[in-house]
Design a protein around this ligand. Structure first.
Ligand SMILES: [Zn+2]
Length: 278
């Protein structure tokens, strides 16, 4: 190889890395549902005989001088947790110790949606800037509590988000396909909540989607026409969003669902309840 070509290749690779900073990506389990759920409770067309365990997860993206959480989990005193017989609870900030990190290290939290099990823990991370879709935030703190509002939100979460906004720590993201941090973009369309979002991380040559509840389980990802039960404002939008995820991710295995323990079979464990996705 001549010297000029070699230098050009080096420059191209440096440029590519500058565009796609390298990130480490982890799934962290902080609790589980104590009972087996029929899959049909979560997915409309699931076979009646199939069942699953559900985990409560957060995801961590580390690199480029950032420690980014995708979702924040919940505090164990929230009443809704009792309905799920939550077991093996570790407060979401203490789960970070498994990666030698502390709550204060978290620079950003991307909330995929403001359901209690994804957003109540947002106050555990004092130095974080929090990112949420503008329409999702507006509905959670306002429309949801009106007479005909859909009340699948928790008042405590609405208050926490309002306080974060007043404190200047909330950034409202307005719409689909927005790169909010280098190599980290958010997408909408599934309407799990009023305008939920999922996260795409570019790292090196890979594109990894942290779907959260925009794809509840691997069953949703692997069965093209599978819709969630009672978990979207727009069933066809939810299915289309998963179809779109497959065009965005560099491999279907890099679409990471919101509550499926299979993530710990599909990726290597670096500690108990911590899977290294990338
Ligand atoms: Zn949810």
């Amino acid at each position: 190889m001549n010297k000029i070509l070699f230098r050009v290749l080096i420059l191209v690779s440096i440029h590519a890395n500058a565009q796609n900073p390298g990130y480490e990506i982890y799934a962290l389990k902080y609790a589980a549902v104590s009972f087996t759920l029929p899959l049909s409770a979560l997915v409309l067309d699931a076979p009646q005989k199939d069942s699953m365990h559900a985990d409560f997860l957060i995801w961590l993206v580390k690199g480029n001088n950032r420690i980014v959480l995708v979702d924040a989990g919940f505090n164990s005193d929230i009443e809704d947790a009792k309905d799920f017989g939550v077991i093996n609870f570790l407060r979401p900030d203490s789960v970070l110790f498994k990666l030698n990190l502390q709550a204060k290290d978290v620079t950003d939290i991307i909330l995929t949606h403001p359901h209690w099990d994804h957003a109540d823990g947002v106050d555990l991370f004092p130095n974080s800037q929090v990112w949420i879709q503008k329409e999702d935030y507006n509905y959670c703190v306002s429309g949801a509590w009106q007479k005909n509002g859909k009340k699948d939100y928790h008042k405590r979460v609405a208050r926490k988000l309002l306080e974060l906004n007043i404190a200047g720590r909330l950034t409202l993201v307005d719409g689909d396909n927005k790169e909010i941090l280098p190599g980290i973009s958010v997408y909408t369309g599934s309407r799990h909540t009023y305008n939920s979002q999922y996260v795409l991380v570019k790292t090196g040559s890979e594109k990894i989607i942290l779907a959260s509840d925009n794809a509840y389980t691997y069953y949703n990802v692997n069965h093209l026409k599978s819709a969630p039960k009672d978990a979207t404002w727009d069933i066809s939008g939810y299915i289309k969003a998963i179809v779109r995820m497959k065009t965005l991710a560099s491999d279907t295995k890099f679409i990471i669902p919101g509550h499926d323990p299979l993530v710990f079979k599909n990726f290597p464990a670096v500690a108990e309840g911590v899977a290294r996705i990338k």
